[in-house]
Design a protein. Sequence first.
Length: 318
Amino acid sequence: MLDILAITSPIYITILTGFLATRYGWFDKPAMRNFGAFVIKLALPALLFRAVGQRQIGEILNVSYLAAYAGGSLAVIGVAYFCCRRFARLGRSTSAIYAMGMSCSNSGFIGYPILLLTFAPVAGVALALNVIIENVLVLPLLLAMAERGGGDSGPWYKLAGKSLAQLARNPIVIGTAAGLVVSLFGWTLPAPADRTVSMFAVSSAALSLFVIGGTLVGLPIGRLAKRAAPVSFFKLVGHPLAVLAGVLAVPFLGLPRLEPMLGMAAVLLAAVPMASIYPILAQAYGQEDFSATALVITIIASFFTLSGLLWIMHRVSM
C-alpha cells in the first residue's frame, strides 16, 4: 500500500500546494487562470503533439480503445440522463449537466500525471485517445443536449455542429490533429523545434495540478454537498466500471483485445475527477455552484478511490 501512496501522494500534495499558495496570497485567482491558460494553450497541446507525432498512426487510432472508452462513457450518459429525468424529475439542461459531471474526466490535468507514474509507456497515447473521444464525441453531445433543454429549437445536429466548430479552434484539439498529421506522414521535427516542444510538454504535469489546487480556493460546498454526492460517486465508481465493461466487451464486438496496460489506463482515466472546466460549462445553465461543489467533493474523494483502484490494479497485474 505504501507503493500506491507513493504514486498518489505527489499528485495531491501538488494540488494542496496550489490551494495553499492561493489561499495565503502567494498567487491570486487571476494568476491561476493565467497558469491554466498556459497549460491549455501551450503545454498540453505540445505534450499531445509530441506524444502523438512520435508514434505510428495505427498505434494512435486504436479502435478497440475508442470503442471501449466511448461506449462506457455513452452508457454512463444515458443512464445518468434517464435517472435524472425519470426519478429526480430534473429539467433537460440540468440532467445533461449532471451527466457531464459523471462522464467527462480531467484527463489532462489529473489523469495524465497519474498515468506518467503508473503506465508511462502508454500515457501519451491514452491521453491523445481520450482527447479525441471527449472533444469530438462526448462534450459536443452533452452540450447539444443541454442546449435543447435550454429551449433552443434548432436541430440537434446543428447544435452539435456548432460545438464541433468551437472545439476545432481549441489548442488541445489542434495539437492532437497536428500530431496525427506528423504521424501519418512519418515526419520528424528539426532538433531545435523538437527540443522546444519538449520543454513546453514537460511543464504540463506539475503546473496543471498546481492550477487545480488554486482554483479550488473559494468554491462553495455547504448545502449543495448532498445533491453533488451522487454525481461524485458515479464519476469515481460508475464511470470506471462502465469503461471496464467496455474493455471486457471489445473482443465480443469482433475487435482486437486491448493490451492490458492500455486497458488499465482507460479505466484509470475514467476514474479521475471531472474536467476542471465543468463549472465553467455549467455556468451557462445556472448550475455553476452545484458543479463547483461536485468538483471539490470529487477531488477530495478521489484520493481514496484512486488509491484503492491502483492497489487493485497492482494486485491483478502481479
